[in-house]
Design a protein around this ligand. Structure first.
Ligand SMILES: [Zn+2]
Length: 70
C-alpha cells in the first residue's frame, strides 16, 4: 500500500545514465548543462547578430535623423 508516487526510474535520453526521480527532464544534469551551453552559445550568437544589426540601425537613425523634431 504505497500512497506515495512510485519512483519511476528513467534514463537520460542522451547518455543513458540513470536520472534522479526528481528530475523532470529527459536528460541528466550533465547533458542538460551541455545542451544549455550549446543553446546559450546559439542564443548569444543570434542576439549578437540581431544586436549588432539593431545597433547599426539605431546608430544610423541617430546619425541620419534629427531634422524632424527641432
Ligand atoms: Zn546524460
Amino acid at each position: 500500500m504505497s500512497n506515495n508516487k512510485d519512483p519511476e526510474i528513467r534514463y537520460c535520453k542522451k547518455c543513458g545514465c540513470e536520472l534522479v526521480s526528481t528530475n523532470k527532464h529527459k536528460l541528466c544534469d550533465n547533458c542538460r548543462r551541455e545542451r544549455n551551453a550549446n543553446i546559450r552559445n546559439g542564443v548569444l550568437g543570434a542576439v549578437g547578430t540581431v544586436g549588432s544589426i539593431a545597433l547599426f540601425i539605431v546608430t544610423k537613425g541617430k546619425h541620419g535623423g534629427g531634422g524632424t523634431k527641432a
